[in-house]
Design a protein. Structure first.
Ligand code: SF4
Length: 365
């Protein structure tokens, strides 16, 4: 269902944070410290992410990782193993950067032409910041074709929203909230709009295709997670959660209510407890599924004949704030917790090229 976006105008919410940060997960295990906690239950960040002490916490992406596969979560959050850059992910990063910059211009100048004109400069900036992106292309022609794909996504964006009629309250907004006796939740909201009556709309851009009916679970979980963080941080439930799919020109909207956010909080707390129990036990088990086809760590996965590396000393405490078992060699044990279709060979390679699969409603939401 494609729907036109309503016109919203700027309105201040003094309790919302007003800064941007590039990557909520970059903080997950980067260190520990005093944090920004007040002990009063919830809070928002007040300083740029790079200036804040790092604390263990949970973002929607990493929560999804754990639900998909505890071992994958370990590889990403605890071991922090590098993953090769993907063209799709890099294109998503580029398009997000352009859409953020687009709103720097006066409203009347936010045209498709000006958005496309931002592409080369933003690509240069990203390549400088992430030199490994340069290795993605075997030829200039390949890179040109890839950039043309990004431009096409921008064209689609202008069929879904009219940025000359929007005045976002925030873009690339880093949000976090400390739950009482629970995890620190964090994430980055692509865009926050505030209507004249104070209603808040959370907007997330997706450069892939929209999920099929009945498979919106992963996307809805992410948006409810953000709604929960904002609700706990400001005391106000966002009126609208909106996902803008540039891959197929669809918009998915959802109006959250307090009861479902209470349920989301209960699930997030349960998830965090489960992560910490796993960290204490050291049993980061692989959970195979069709999504293994996109996993960059198959070669290290016992479910595919690999052997995980030892967990670096101190990494579990740093990432998750709990101590792992003292006995060496118990960091990863056992076989897969769920046996799914093996994901190797040509079919898996094609899957990897196409991007992650959908997950059904109920899996995460
Ligand atoms: S290959 Fe599959 S089971 Fe193994 S770590 Fe990756 S996602 Fe988990």
């Amino acid at each position: 269902m494609s729907v036109p976006a309503p016109t919203l105008v700027r309105m201040s919410i003094s309790t919302l944070p007003t800064h941007a940060a590039p990557d909520p997960d970059a903080d997950v295990a980067a260190g520990s410290g005093t944090g920004t906690g007040t002990g009063t239950g919830t809070e928002t960040a007040a300083r740029p992410a790079r200036d804040r002490p790092r604390r263990p916490g949970l973002s929607p992406s990493r929560a999804n990782d754990y639900m998909q596969c505890p071992l994958l979560f370990r590889f990403r959050v605890v071991d922090k193993l590098p993953e090769p850059p993907s063209e799709a992910a890099a294109r998503g990063t580029l398009v997000h950067a352009v859409l953020e910059r687009l709103y720097d211009a006066p409203a009347g100048e936010r045209t498709e032409t000006s958005a496309r004109a931002l592409l080369p400069g933003e690509w240069d900036r990203l390549r400088t910041a992430e030199p490994r992106y340069a290795a993605m292309f075997a030829s200039a022609e390949q890179e040109e074709a890839w950039l043309a794909g990004a431009a096409k996504l921008l064209t689609t964006y202008f069929t879904l929203e009219n940025p000359t009629r929007l005045e976002p309250r925030e873009r690339e907004l880093f949000v976090e909230s400390q739950l009482d006796d629970g995890p620190l939740l964090r994430g980055i909201v692509d865009r926050l709009d505030v209507a004249p009556d104070g209603a808040v709309r959370v907007v997330d851009y997706k450069t892939g295709r929209s999920p099929r009916a009945g498979y919106e679970g992963t996307a809805l979980f992410q948006m409810r997670f953000y709604a929960l963080v904002l609700w706990r941080a400001t005391g106000k439930v966002p009126r609208m959660l909106q996902l803008v799919y540039l891959g197929d020109g669809q918009v998915l909207r959802h109006e959250p209510g307090e009861p479902e956010l209470v349920t989301t909080e209960r699930r997030v707390r349960w998830l965090w407890d489960s992560i910490q129990r796993t960290a204490r036990s050291g049993e980061w088990k692989p959970r195979t599924s069709a999504l293994c086809g996109w996993c960059a760590h198959q070669a290290l996965c016992p479910a595919f004949g690999g052997t995980p590396p030892e967990v670096p000393a101190g990494a579990v405490e740093l990432a998750l704030g709990v101590a792992p078992p003292a006995v060496e060699g118990t960091d990863t044990v056992g076989g897969p917790t769920t046996v799914g279709p093996p994901a190797a060979g040509p079919a898996a390679a094609a899957q990897r090229a196409a991007g992650p699969a959908e997950q059904p409603v109920g899996a995460l939401g």
